[in-house]
Ligand binder design. Sequence first.
Ligand code: NAP
Length: 515
Amino acid sequence: MLHKLRELGMTARVFEAGSDVGGTWYWNRYPGARFDSESYSYGYSFSKDVLNEWEWSEHFSAQPETLRYLNFVADKFDLRRDITFNTRIKEATFDDNSNSWNVISEDGSVARAQFLITAIGALSAPTWPAIRGLDTFEGEAYHTAEWPHEPVSFEGKRVGVIGTGATGVQVIQEVAKTAKHLTVFQRTANYCAPLMNSPIDAETQQQIKAGYDEIFARCAESNGAFLHKSIERNAVDVPEDERNATFEELYNKPGFAIWMGNYQDIVLDESANKMMSDFIRTKIRERVDVPLVAQMLCPKDHGFGMRRVPMETNYYEVYNQDNVELVDVKATPIDLVTERGLRIGERHFDLDVLICATGFDAITGAFDRIEFTGKNGVTLREAWADGPVTYLGMQTVGFPNMFTLVGPHNAATFCNIPRCIEQNVEWVADALAYMRDNNYECAEATEAAAASWTDHVYEMINMTLIPKADSWFMGVNHNLPNKKRTFLAYAGGAPRYREKCDEVAARGYEGFELK
Ligand code: NAP
């Protein structure tokens, strides 16, 4: 966004809580953190030089390489000179008289701008487990999204991991390699599938570089902006043998093929969903030696793909190791964190290290942690009290000149995220340029446009099975009992979203009142 604004000849200042660039990849430095998107489908597409100069070493890059990539891009475009690091914003207030925003950081400094663009992330407000005694633990305690910059050793240590979402799965399979003993505290089992990562050889590297146009064109056609596009047939209409052969093939394909490239009805139709869920449960039973443990790892309360599918590398085999124990904390939750570990019912688990892979206050959390005040003193928290109401997930009524990249109800929340970020950035940049060229000072979404967009968001998601499961998509985080259960993302697909955004722009920013 900064680069694009500079290209338009605008001045911009970026405020960043971290001490350097990288966002997600700056904070989430936990062992095992890596892409679930094919590396070359994840990088920026806007610069031919970046595409030519950068070489990904693996099909699914690990966090250190991704952070190096983001530093490479920041250096290349000399971005840091307009970024103020180590600065957390606490308030942003719209001034009706000047149609501008006052942005106040935690140290009290104030910046003033005509436009406020948020790029605060969808999964950037980590939540620790709401368990009594957490602050009394005398061992090492880490949240995966606040991981230290120094290496952490598990050698000879008793480690506990709470959480088995996409993050927990990545960290567990890594920690199990060196910990003296690992206890995994699982509340909800997920349907994990093999990532099938591998190094990129020289020949493939050349093909990738020569094929970027095609790679991005394929992403543009796919609902999640991945290289995988769903099969335009229903699983329920396909003979059993053929269907199972397809499932098997998808299970052995790299990345999200199994989720994004599956039959089109897998997350729409209960019968199709059951077929796929049964298939994965069978795989889990085949891979885990002890039937009771396999049973614990089989999801029971939701179907495949209704929650984010964690990608894994030998994850299930970890439970065949002598140094690993799986503990079900659904039936009997963790009562207490003590000075020496965790207590569950009668049993105490002695731990040297406690890792919380316990997720985020998703999508609205980062917004809630800043006091945004729009027109007439109304806060964003008040405006979204019954769930977000936005126009295109880009703007909220009463918050003129504020644009929310990857905001709630924006397709970027359900996406191979940089692909959708680029769309968001280009769209906002075009809107700002249009305003400048037409002498408009202020843009505000109308109530009617926001209501109609919000209806569309719910219409799309209600066609799927996703609302049936508790997930961060649905605003569910049991550590935040007051968070409202409501859909926070956009499930109509990136192509449809892009089309809608383009239509709005082509009609002179229809749905916005321009002054
Ligand atoms: P998450 O999916 O919200 O998972 C949090 C886990 O912690 C869940 O298993 C949850 O159990 C458990 N948990 C939370 N509080 C607990 C408590 N008090 N007691 C016991 N268990 C508790 O968070 P995440 O794994 O960090 O993943 C979030 C998202 O980040 C992913 O869905 C994905 O979009 C993204 N991500 C991406 C990548 C990648 O692209 N490579 C990697 C990692 C994450 P319940 O399910 O029962 O609540």
